[in-house]
Design a protein around this ligand. Sequence first.
Ligand code: NAI
Length: 415
Amino acid sequence: MNAAGEAIRVEDGSLRVPPQPLIPYIEGDGIGPEISRAARAVLDAAVEQAYGNTRRIRWVEIYAGEKAQKLMGELLPRETLEAIREFKVALKGPLATPVGSGHRSLNVALRQELDLYACVRPIRYLPGVPSPLKDPQDVDFVIFRENTEDVYAGIEWERGSPEARKFRELLKDHFGVEIRPDAGVGVKPISEFGTKRLVRKAIAYALSHGRKRVTLMHKGNIMKYTEGAFCRWGYEVAREEFPEQTITEEELFSRHGGKIPEGKVLVNDRIADIMFQHVITPPREFDVIATPNLNGDYLSDACAAQVGGVGMAPGANLGDEVGVFEPTHGTAPDIAGKNVANPTALILSGALLLDHLGWTEAARLVHEALARTFQQKRVTGDLARLLGGTEGLSTDAFAEAVVENVQTLSETEEA
Ligand code: NAI
């Protein structure tokens, strides 16, 4: 196959993926270059194994973070944002947030600039991975965390600042609300627009991926007009936009005898605090969880611990047209450059990207090859420590083991 790569396009809201899509990647800082190399090798092997020479990813390096600063004199060049907008997806390594005041997190900047409003984090157990749970194989759900509102909006003022003082006076003079003079203050906006587009995406995902439930996680019993409204608007989306495809918990029992009918999705809600118990006992109650930002932030890291920790946790940041796929963890400066980092979270983020493109056979091969590699106890140091009794592999050696397993799996074989 000699044809040059082509850009992915969006037509009528759907991705049109050519056989050789141009896919930009950002290596990232710290362990980024090591895990990026490993991930691309595994993804290329999976695509080749699944589709022979009929499909191939054409990787295009784009720059952000320290490498961009060195090569182009700025941390997040305009060209990088333009490339992601043009090519519709990107595979991104972690980026360090420069220390010192006045610097926005590059990751937050990227999400805001591209309006990537849904942070999608699958929490899925792969056999062979050490887990603190008794039945970790039951863990298989996807968190849709709102990415642009709630405390993520970053509207807050330091105690004693003129803004905090003014805000306090405004509350007192106009609303009769008193807060202590030595308080810092923050604002928690949650809008109907922001909520509905997130929940719409979560329900559409559940329907297209054969998931049976979408659970709205909120703290609406206390914060009625933000978290409570999130829940109400979530139900509204289900009722108004997916009337034939969704049912409520009340309908589940009154009309369907407690069994979710084929082709339908149950939309229910749970209070945020009890969710932390339910995702452990029993985790099989969940498929897709849609939630405002802060709840999702806490829940996704807590759940990552159930399936092997942050080195194993992938993510996608999705907008209406564009998706940036990245691991949950950071640049791990303590182990950078030592060839010991676990590349699994970035590899799994790449599998999410493949799934997003509709290249589901290749995505499945990645999961199966990883599971097989873990069952062979071929793991990097972070997991070796948890397993005990095995030496950890280097990042490169682990990637080679996964590639080897990809190459010995046929498309239909189960791991
Ligand atoms: P971190 O996730 O980089 O590291 C936390 C701990 O987990 C460290 O002990 C590290 O060695 C370990 N770890 C992380 N990823 C690992 C992997 N793949 N394999 C093995 N061990 C791994 O979090 P930290 O130290 O809070 O942040 C470091 C930098 O990363 C900061 O500049 C932060 O702003 C940035 N960061 C970037 C993110 C992103 O790009 N999305 C997300 C989180 C942090």
